[in-house]
Write a protein that binds this ligand. Sequence first.
Ligand code: ADP
Ligand code: ADP
Length: 230
Amino acid sequence: DVLIRFRGVRKEFASGTVAVEGLDLDVRRHELLALVGPSGCGKSTTLRMVNRLVEPTAGQILLDGDDIGAGDPVALRRCIGYVIQHVGLFPHRTVAQNVATVPRLLRWDRKRTTDRVDQLLDLVGLDPATYARRYPHELSGGERQRVGVARALATDPPVLLMDEPFGAVDPVGRRRLQIEFRRIQEDLGTTVMLVTHDIDEAVQLADRVAVFSKGGVLEQIDDPVRLLAQ
Ligand code: ADP
Ligand code: ADP
């Protein structure tokens, strides 16, 4: 059951750099697919085409059978969460306000928003009574990353794009966050594309791994644990 389908996707930037070329890739519903490969081989560009932060030069990306290029990018982004390494919390807004960003845009009422914020903070392991009113500079790196995940999940998007989401977290906190994130992802059934250069992270977390080389997918691995044996 394929949720996201790339067909013959190419991205050439205005600079002339061809970041992605002839990309065919299927992302299955409810899976966590890791994109791994050397720096500069087009992983982030691939991710950013899904929420249309980058527009493909050629080819097609289908979400649940529909060409994502045909619709409204703002509506598209509301059903696709996005978490990046330096998570970009709004510095002058509290943790609760950050998590409530998309619900507010969607004009959820106050009670629904507050309940959801509390639920999400619990989910990512931050006690709402302790954390809701803090500002980002009052958090550790790992805590900020948790808030970023909570914010991205606020409206329970079917798709979550993650680009080195744990990269800025210290090694001990990272392992814990990875395990907790995997549990949350399985509970919610979120379809995740995870860009990482950390092969261990990919193998530990992912249902499948897409190995990139310059511009496209070299190999798809359905049984990532087998990578460890190599
Ligand atoms: P990865 O995520 O695998 O490290 P990227 O997708 O970030 O790779 O980049 C692929 C290639 O496209 C690189 O050569 C990079 O320099 C180039 N690139 C990425 N974004 C842009 C951009 N906005 N403008 C021009 N070139 C870009
Ligand atoms: P780390 O876990 O990376 O060592 P810190 O030492 O920065 O993080 O923070 C440890 C704990 O103290 C965390 O729970 C963090 O939220 C809290 N904390 C850090 N700075 C502040 C602050 N200015 N006000 C309130 N709590 C803070």
